[in-house]
Design a binder for this molecule. Structure first.
Ligand code: IMP
Ligand code: MG
Length: 170
C-alpha cells in the first residue's frame, strides 16, 4: 500500500478517547451501558473506550456495510444482527466514522424496533461535510475534512485496520 500519512497519532487518539470516557461516565452515572459496536471498524475504538469507562459495559455487535473500496454505495446492508435481547437497555452505538450518516440512520430505525430504553451515538471520527442525513451525534472524537482515512479499525477494502494511528492515503 503506497503513501500513508499520519493524520491523528496514537497519543492524540488515546487522550481524546479518555475525555470521551469521562463524558460518558458523567452522562450515565453508574448505569449499565450496552456498547453496540458496528463491525468491523469499531473494534479498536470500542475497546479503547470501554476499558476507560467505569460503568458496567455489555458488548454487543452488529455488522452492516455501505462501502466498496473508497466509495459509499448509498445502500446499507445488514449482515449480522444482535442475538441477545437489548429491550429496555441503554445503548451507545459505537462507530469508527460517520460519513454520509446513512449507516447510523439505518441503525437508529432498526434499534428502535427492538424496544431499547435509550440510544446515543459515539463515533471516533466524523466527516460533517459529507452528511446526506441529518444526525445528532452525542460523542465525537475528531471532526475531519473529506479525506479517505485508514487505520485504528478503518479499512481500505478490508486492509490496514491494524495501523495503530489514523492515516490518510494520497
Ligand atoms: P456512512 O453510512 O456513509 O456514514 O458510512 C459509514 C461507514 O463508511 C463507516 O462505518 C465506514 O465503514 C465507512 N467509511 C466512511 N468513510 C470512510 C473512510 O474515510 N475510511 C474508511 N471507511 C470509511
Ligand atoms: Mg464501519
Amino acid at each position: 500500500m503506497e503513501n500513508i500519512n499520519v493524520l491523528i497519532n496514537k497519543s492524540r487518539l488515546e487522550k481524546r478517547i479518555d475525555e470521551m470516557a469521562r463524558e460518558i461516565e458523567k452522562d450515565y452515572e453508574g448505569k449499565e451501558i450496552v456498547f453496540l459496536g458496528i463491525l468491523k471498524g469499531s473494534v479498536p475504538f470500542m475497546w479503547e473506550l470501554a476499558k476507560r469507562v467505569k460503568n458496567n459495559v455489555i458488548f454487543e455487535f452488529i455488522e452492516v456495510s455501505s462501502y466498496k473500496g473508497t466509495e459509499s454505495t448509498g445502500t446499507v446492508t445488514l449482515h449480522k444482527d444482535i442475538k441477545n435481547s437489548i429491550e429496555g437497555k441503554d445503548v451507545i452505538i459505537i462507530e469508527d466514522i460517520v460519513d454520509t450518516g446513512r449507516t447510523i440512520d439505518f441503525l437508529l430505525t432498526h434499534l428502535k424496533e427492538k424496544g431499547v430504553s435509550s440510544i446515543k451515538i459515539a463515533t471516533l471520527l466524523s466527516k460533517p461535510s459529507r452528511r446526506v442525513v441529518e444526525l445528532n451525534i452525542d460523542y465525537i472524537g475528531f471532526k475531519i475534512e473529506d479525506k479517505f482515512v485508514v487505520g485504528f479499525g478503518l479499512d481500505y477494502d478490508q486492509n490496514l485496520r491494524n495501523l495503530p494511528y489514523i492515516g490518510y492515503m494520497e
